[in-house]
Design a protein. Structure first.
Length: 274
């Protein structure tokens, strides 16, 4: 199976003109908001975007006029507004992958009764491009909604992606500080490298309590027709559920079947993520 290189974002030269710098600043502001932190104060936006407050305030006011950002006057916070949703249908990137994966994730959720996810490698970690929530789900997971990203050292789907990155990309990721969400989060680079090897050997990952205490995840890789690693599929449930060997085996079989059914429909090469 072919490992994946981490997708790269184009860098802009340090001597870029003022128009380019303005675009970069606007992008930094818009990407400061996340599903986990949808509303931010001016100071929080400025700090996250690495901008001074005056510049941040000026750009937030301009973005508010366009409908891309809104201000909560009562709380003194900012958030993305409804106009952002109008852009979503025009996003080309993973649309074909999302459309391919959606019916199989729905089947997986129906079969297992667990919320299912489809993840892609991204320079910022693992990006969730599709999610199917189980009916009667016991815990909402807005941080893993489509479009959200997770670091590669936690949660089953992202950890599978880390395992199947090519060696240079994996080393580059592990050279960064690894965040911890819980006491079970794995942050030591050597331990993460060893875990990646085990994931590749067995072809799946099962992890519990490392992102949210009380949740466990089970994930498997997706390979396209040419055998190249493309993505990962995962499900999440209560931490103790996978203590039942029979349930673990049934769920793993369903996750692997889903990954295979999606992968066989991906042509391979650049078109797989067009």
């Amino acid at each position: 199976m072919e490992a994946a290189a981490m997708p790269q974002t184009e860098s802009v030269a340090d001597n870029a003109g003022p128009n380019v710098r303005s675009v970069e600043r606007i992008a930094a502001i818009l990407t400061a908001f996340t599903a986990a932190r949808p509303m931010l104060t001016l100071s929080e936006v400025a700090r996250t975007a690495a901008l001074d407050k005056n510049t941040t305030r000026r750009l937030l006011i301009a973005l508010s006029r366009t409908g891309l950002v809104r201000r909560d006057e009562a709380e003194g916070t900012y958030g993305l507004d409804i106009a952002m949703l109008k852009l979503q249908p025009a996003v080309v990137g993973p649309r074909a992958l999302r459309e391919t994966a959606a019916p199989y994730l729905q089947r997986l959720t129906t079969e297992t009764g667990m919320t299912s996810f489809f993840w892609l490698p991204d320079p910022s970690g693992a990006i969730c491009i599709e999610r199917v929530r189980a009916s009667g789900v016991f815990l909402d997971v807005p941080w893993s909604s489509p479009g959200s990203t997770l670091p590669l050292n936690m949660a089953a789907g992202p950890r599978v992606i880390l395992a199947y990155l090519d060696e240079p990309a994996r080393r580059a990721w592990l050279a960064q500080p690894q965040p911890a969400r819980t006491q079970s989060s794995q942050t030591d680079p050597a331990e993460l490298e060893e875990a990646a090897g085990r994931i590749r050997e067995r072809g799946h990952e099962m992890v519990a309590d490392d992102f949210v205490v009380g949740l466990a995840g089970l994930g498997a890789p997706v390979f396209d027709r040419l055998g190249a690693f493309v993505a990962s599929v995962s499900v999440t449930t209560r931490s103790g559920d996978f203590d039942d060997p029979a349930l673990l085996a049934r769920t793993l079989a369903a996750v692997r079947e889903t990954a295979a059914d999606i992968g066989v429909r991906l042509e391979g090469g650049p078109s797989a993520s067009d």
